[in-house]
Design a protein around this ligand. Sequence first.
Ligand SMILES: Cc1ncc(C[n+]2csc(CCOP(=O)(O)OP(=O)(O)O)c2C)c(N)n1
Ligand code: SF4
Length: 367
Amino acid sequence: MAITEARPAGRPDLAPIRTIRDVPVEEFYTSGHRTCQGCHSALLMKYLAKAAGPRTVTIGATGCMYVANTSYYATPWVIPWMHTQLGATGAAVIGAAAGYAVQQRKGKLPEEPINVIGIAGDGGGADMGLSAISAALQHTQYNALIILYDNESYANTDIQASGSTPWGAVTAFTPSGTVRRITQDRWKKNTPAMLVAGHPEARYIGSASAAFGVDVMNKIRTALRVGGPTYLHVHDACPKGWDFDPRYSRELGQLAVECGVVPLWEVVEGELRYNGITRQIVEGRRKRKPVREYLMRQGRFAHFTEDDIEYFQSKVDEMWEKWILPGFLPVAALPEGLPRPGRKLAAPADGAVDEGAAGEGAGEAAP
Ligand SMILES: Cc1ncc(C[n+]2csc(CCOP(=O)(O)OP(=O)(O)O)c2C)c(N)n1
Ligand code: SF4
């Protein structure tokens, strides 16, 4: 039998989370890790485990979410977790999904949905592992979700710039000096939009923020429910790399969305949906805050001059006004006569709460 015939059993029956009461109380990512205080990537792991539940296998690439979570004889993972090489998340999840499918076909495992979730940082996912993630998104016969936790640097090896590091940010490799004030002079790569554009057969690709826990959990559940190889890009505040007091992680994550630097959206089976605060901005019911409010709260941008802030703002404005990729262009607002991307604007998924839509504080993190 060809390997393509070894289909994995079904998709999980994971209900949308409508209110905070729907969030499972069980913890499958618990104490026993050494991540920094206020680490939103660790918070994302907690959300992932809650949303996906006990029939889940996680496969994590090298990075903070490996090293800080797997100290000798201690780990917060209650569900199975396996390590894979830094750039190998895409290959590892498809291999695991294929392995489970074969075991089920041979009757060695019960025929039940098993969630295979790969975890990669931006260094391991948006840079070195991008090709394997792209390949994974073409293997449409398997169910596997890849989550990229974007803390905007190679954090584990002491904060080096990645392709996902914002313009101008100070990192270990891009300090601000007297000769060059701005060393990191590349604009942040738009990984999730790039994956949408290049993988029309992927049934779920989304962008989220760990500052909006219910939204993240719903996106994870939607991706697992629709099945096939899917991808979720999650922006995570990193107090060490961004240089701010850990108590402000949630505020910083929310500000990134409010200022339009990080838009929240998902493309579900070809339909583009904006979520929460981003949806309000797209529909003209809310104004983007100036990026200054986000930038000036972080030590990595402390060297910015007025010109730098203005440049950053102009690039974010440009993305919102000119880019024809999801998240940056309000498709419905395209002037008549311009070519349309061919995607429908849809309502939030399945009656799930549109987190953040009710305004400040509506995106309260789950317990
Ligand atoms: C092929 C390879 N190159 C370099 C390293 C060293 N290394 C370990 S973790 C890491 C940083 C990973 O960064 P990212 O994927 O962004 O995850 P984060 O550390 O931010 O969680 C690097 C470069 C490695 N393990 N393998
Ligand atoms: S360096 Fe950043 S990503 Fe790594 S554990 Fe600390 S806060 Fe989390």
